[in-house]
Design a protein around this ligand. Sequence first.
Ligand code: NAP
Length: 481
Amino acid sequence: MNTQTFRNYINGEWVDGPTFENRNPANTDELVGNFIKATPADVAAAADAAAAALPGWSGLNAPARGNLLYKVADILEKKFEQLGEEMTREEGKTFPEAKGEVRRAINIFRYFGGEGSRMPGMLVPSERDRVHMFALRKPIGVLGLINPWNFPIAIPAWKLAPALICGNTVLLKPASAAPLSSWRIVEACHEAGIPKGVVNYIAGSGGAIGSAIVNAKPIKGVSFTGSCDVGHRLHAEASKRRLRIQLEMGGKNPTIVLADADFNSAVENVANAAFLSTGQKCTATSRAIVEDAIYDRFVAALVERTRKLKVGNGMEAGIDIGPAIDQAQLEVNLRYIEIGRKEAGAPLVGGNRITGGAFDKGFFVEPTIFSNVTESMTIAQEEIFGPVLSVMRAKDFADAMRIANNIPFGLSASIQTTNLSRAFEYIYSMEAGLLTVNLPSAGVEYQLPFGGTKGSSFGPKEQGPAAMDFYSDYKTVYLKY
Ligand code: NAP
């Protein structure tokens, strides 16, 4: 059992205070660590430290900032296995999935480290003689980075690395349910020699300190990933101060399965996207929209595949699905399963909390499939964020597209088809920010923009070259020589 206290990090110092516990959702007897409950005064101190560090950090040349990001990546790499294990213990996802996420975080630091040597601006010819005109990138200033628990190292990495390379200083707030993985990033920043005040880590309840982050005087922008409810409230508050804001929120992502699909890989892709990481990916498939001609055969095969998935402690070999993140999320899953029973009848597979023996110590729920779900049902409209899949019947491709788009969200979507024309029709008319074809709807890389549309997102995209647009602004120069 780890009784270590992971302190907050403000102005280059590890800061104490009252603590809260973080426990393993697969075994609540196991304490992952104690974390400090930041107060609004801690937030103010962190924001002041970040403001004081801004001139020095933004004045350092960008390739030198990039070298420090490479060092962070190297430090994380040395702890690769440890970070994977810690993530499984704090978040519950399986050890292989956790290691995949750690790898991604390391790659993100290297990718944005490289941006330090590019820092793409603009240089265009003037209409006037002997006028040189160009646009430089400049940092925004002090930023708040508010993170969810479901990708506890990748999401903080994809906010922090572009923020730092552009010359900003930050307050990083982890989700209370999984604060350790991002603490390790901050520890690596400290060890790499990133100057004091540039990165500040403030754990503690969002309800208690969220408003203090948005309202801290030096703050110029907020990048938030999490639920729609919190995102909308933050947006309203941040807009009063005209802060730059970026919101990545919920989804109800469809996978369309057409009769011409490669059948076996479609079954595999839907099972993977719906249930891995316990359905707790913002890009997970929660609606499978299946063409009538193969509906019964597809559903039977999917149910058979789902029965083979093993639920348990993600540190054990052979486990496919870990627990829900906490008691509250477990209750949300079970509540939606009850709603599903009333709306669509008994699930074809799953539908229960898993109990008995070691399961009693964790928040385990069976992967669950409801069939013949229709568009107006709650389980077809609302995000559950658990291993619960609604399968819907479509007459044909056009009907499937209409159903897929008939939701307020637009994060990710997938189609399974061997018909090139339909794949392109889907690409051009699907209302989502992230599309896959013949792949699971989840599983993104870091080199291209990431983010949704409609009710899922607001503001510039994250990741890839697009990330620089949120974390920097242009300064345009006209020079007569
Ligand atoms: P959440 O409850 O909204 O929490 C997200 C973050 O906001 C946490 O750090 C939380 O702190 C903080 N927070 C809570 N109340 C706040 C307030 N009043 N002011 C400021 N911050 C506040 O979401 P979650 O449960 O962690 O994550 C699940 C949701 O995230 C799902 O809806 C999922 O779809 C979405 N998500 C979206 C993406 C995407 O890219 N679109 C990616 C991942 C997850 P505490 O933890 O201390 O409460």
